[in-house]
Write a protein that binds this ligand. Sequence first.
Ligand code: ANZ
Ligand code: ZN
Length: 843
Amino acid sequence: FPAYDAQAIETKWQRVWEEEDLYKTDTDPAKPKKYVLEMFPYPSGDLHMGHARNYTIGDAMARQARMRGYDVLHPMGFDAFGLPAENAAIKHNTQASKWTHQNIAQAVRTMKRMGFSYDYDRMFNTCDPEYYKWGQWMFIQMWKKGLAYRATSPVNWCPTCKTVLANEQVVEGRCWRCGSVPEKRNLSQWYLKITDYAQELLDDLDKLTGWPENVKAQQRNWIGRSEGAEIDFRLAAEDGVTPTDRKVTVFTTRADTLFGVSFMVLPPESDLAAELVAGTQYEDDFKALKAATEKVSAVDRQGSEREKHGVFTGRYVINPINGRPAPVWVADYVLMDYGTGAVMGVPCGDQRDFDFARKYGLEIAPIICEKDDPLYEELKDEKELRVRSVDWDKAMVAEGYLVQSGEFTGLKGGKHSEAVDAITAWLKEHDCGRPTVQFRLRDWLISRQRYWGNPIPMIHCDHCGDVPVPEDELPVLLPENLDLGAGDTLAEYAPFYETTCPKCGRPAKRITDTMDTFTCSSWYYLRYCDPHNDEAPFSKEAVDRWMPVDNYIGGIEHAILHLLYSRFWTKVLRDLGMVDVDEPFTNLLCQGMVKDENGDTMSKSKGNVVPPSSVIDPYGADTMRLAILFVAPPEKDFDWDPEAVAGANRFIKRAWRVVWQLVEGAEAGHVDPKALDANAKELNRVLHEMGIKCTNDFDRGQFNTAISAVMELTNAASKYVNDVDAEKRDGALCYRVAHDIVTMLAPICPHWAEELFHEALGREGSVYNEPWPEFDAAQAKSDTVEIAVQIKGKVRARINVPADAAKDELEAAAKEAVAAQLEGKDIKKVIVVPGRLVNIVAL
Ligand code: ANZ
Ligand code: ZN
C-alpha cells in the first residue's frame, strides 16, 4: 500500500473540494440545524497558533455535526476595520484597505491549507461597503429609537491611539490595544444606550447554561447591579447647623448604617465641591487634589490598597435621620459617575471610609456590632449616639446588630438586611430617601476619531442639529484616497465632510467620527445567515433558520467586550422586529491559549511565535490539527511542544498503515457478532466501546479523549491484524473497523480521511458527507469482568469471570482462587457483589 504523503494528499483534496464546492451550505429544512462559528479574526497579518487552535476546534465540531445529520452553517470572514491597518498604512505609506486585503488574502490561503470547511461563498469583510452600509442603517434605526445619542462628558482619550475609548476598552486602567494610560477629556461623543438593557443583559445570563461560569461572572460584575437607596441630606448654612433648601443626595447599599455617618464625601470633579470651596481657605488644597486626581485611573482610585487623599470644604450637611451635622469632604476614592456622585462616610461599616477617617481624624462611631463583641453588651439597648469613636483597627464588615441607632437599635444590619428595609421605609415616609437600583454599566461610547472604520451616518447642521443621512443615500462611503502617510484625517478632508443638510438643504458638515470596530463585530453572525442580501441586512427567514449560533468558539479576552456588545445588539434588533432570538450564542467555548515551550505567551515582540506553517510544511495540516486537539482539552492552555507534533504524526502514519492492513482482502458486509471467533469478538467489542466513547466525547467537545478512543481502537485493530493471518480474519469486521477509524478521524484529519475513504475503502463522494457510524452498547460489553477476591476485606486476588455469572458461580470461583490462603480456616460468611468483588470472612 502507498506511503502516507501528507503534502500530496492535502493539495489534491483541497483542489477537489474547492472544484466541487463541497462546503457550500445546503439548506434542508427537514434536517435539524447547527450553526458553528469561530470568532472571526482581525487581519493583522497571517494567522497564528491561537487562530489555528480556535478554527480547528470549530472545524472538528462543524464536520462532526454534519456527519451526525445536521444541516450545518459554518462561515468565516474578517473583522477588517481598525487601527492596526491605519497605523500600518501610515508607516508603510500605503492604503489601509490595501494592507487589509493583502492580509486577508494571506489568511484565507492559510485557512484553505488547514482544510477548514468554511462556506467561502458566505465570506465577507466588515470593510466591504455592502456590509458596513447595514451597520450605518442600524445606527440610524437606533438613533430613531433614542438608543443612539450624542453627549459631552469626560471620556478616556488614548494619547497613543489618538482616539477615545469605551469603558470596556480601558482594561486595568490602560488602553486595551496599546497599553497607554488614557487621559480624561471632556468631549462631545456618540453613545449607544446599552444601559437601557442592563437588567435584561443581567437576567438573561441565567438562561445561558451553555456558557462558562467565569464569563458570566465577568459580565455580571461588569453590569454591576446594586440595590440600595438614595438619601437626601440638607446642606447646612455657613454656620454649619442651620439646614438650607439645598439637597445633597447620596447612593448607599447600606441605609442601615445611617446613624454612623461621620462625614460626607464628594469627588474632586464635583461642581458642588468647587462651589463650596470657592473663595475660601480650602480652595487651593481642593484644586491641588483635583489636579492630582486627574492623573489617576478610576480603577486605581477605588483600589482598597491605595492611600486616600482628601480635603475639607469647610461646610456641613445635616443627617436626615438624627439631625446631626456631618462635615463635607472631597476625596479621590469617590467617583463622579457612579451612584449620585456623593457618598455618606460610615467608617464603622466601610473599610475605605474607615481608612479615610483614620487618616483625617474623623469620628468612627460604632453603630453595628456582632453579638459576641463586648461593645454589643454595653450598647445593645443604647439608642443615642453615646460612644462617638472607637479605636478599632478595621471596619466592621461582618453582619451584626444595630446599636446607638434610635428606634432601629437591635435590628439585624448588613447588605439587604431588615435594618436596611426599615430605615429605607422610614426615609421614604419622611420624603428624604427612596429605594433605587444602580448599575455599574455605562453607555457604550462608539465614536472614534480615526479614519479606518465605519463612518457614523450623521450630518450636523447649524440650523437643524444632528440629522441622519437619508437611508437611500447609504452607505456613507469611506474615501479610499486619503493620504494617511501625509497626515490626512477625515476631520480635515473637505470632500468627505462638506455636504448639505438633508432637512433644510443648507451647507452642513458630515460627522467625521467612525464607529468602534466592535459595532461591526456585534452583528456579523447575523449577516452570515444571508450575506448577499442587498435589500436588508439579512432576511428574517434566514436568521430564523440559523439563529442562534449553537456553538461559538473564541478567546476569553472577549468576555465583556464583544460578548456583551453582541448580546445587546441582538436584543436591539429583536426589539426592531428583525430577529426572534433573545440571545445570539447558545453554547460558548473559550479556548485556552497556546503558549511557547516555556509557558510564555507567544508574541512578536518576544520573538517566540510558532507560525502554523512551521508545522504544516514538514508534517501537513492533518498532523497539526490532530496535535492541537490531542494535547489538551479545548478550554485549557497548553505549552507548545514539538514532541507532541511528532507524536501526532507517528499516530496518523500508524493509523494509515492499520487501515490499509485491515482492508486487505476485506469487503463491506454485515458483521454478525455471534459468528465471531474470540479475537474478532474482542476487536468488535473494542470497536463499539470506543465508538460510543468517541461519540460522547465529541458531543462534549472533549476532542483529546475522543482521539484517545480512536487510538485504542487502532491498537486493538493492529493487534488483530498481527495476531490473525489475513485469510482467517473476519473481512466484514475488518472493513467496518477501517471505515469507522477513518470516519471518526475525518472531522480532525479530513485530508487523510478523504484519501483513505477513496483509496483504501474504495468509496466515492466525500467522507465529509458520510454519516457518523452507529454503535451498539450491548456489543460494547465485555463477556468477562475482573473482580477482586478479598479475605476479611483485604484484596488477595483478582479473577476474570463471565460478566453474567450467578452469585454461587462467583463464590465458587473466588474460593478456588484463594484456596491456599483459606486452608485450615473456618469460613464464617461470604459477601458477593456481582461485577465488583467477593469478600470471604474466614477465621
Ligand atoms: C454607605 C456605606 C456604609 C456604604 C457601609 C458601604 C458600606 P456597590 O455595592 O458597589 O454598589 N459609593 C456610592 N457611590 C459611590 C461613588 N460614586 N464612588 C465611590 N463609592 C461610592 O457600592 C455601593 C457603596 O459604594 C455605597 O454604599 C457607597 O458606600 C459607595 F457600611 O454607603 B456605601
Ligand atoms: Zn439643516
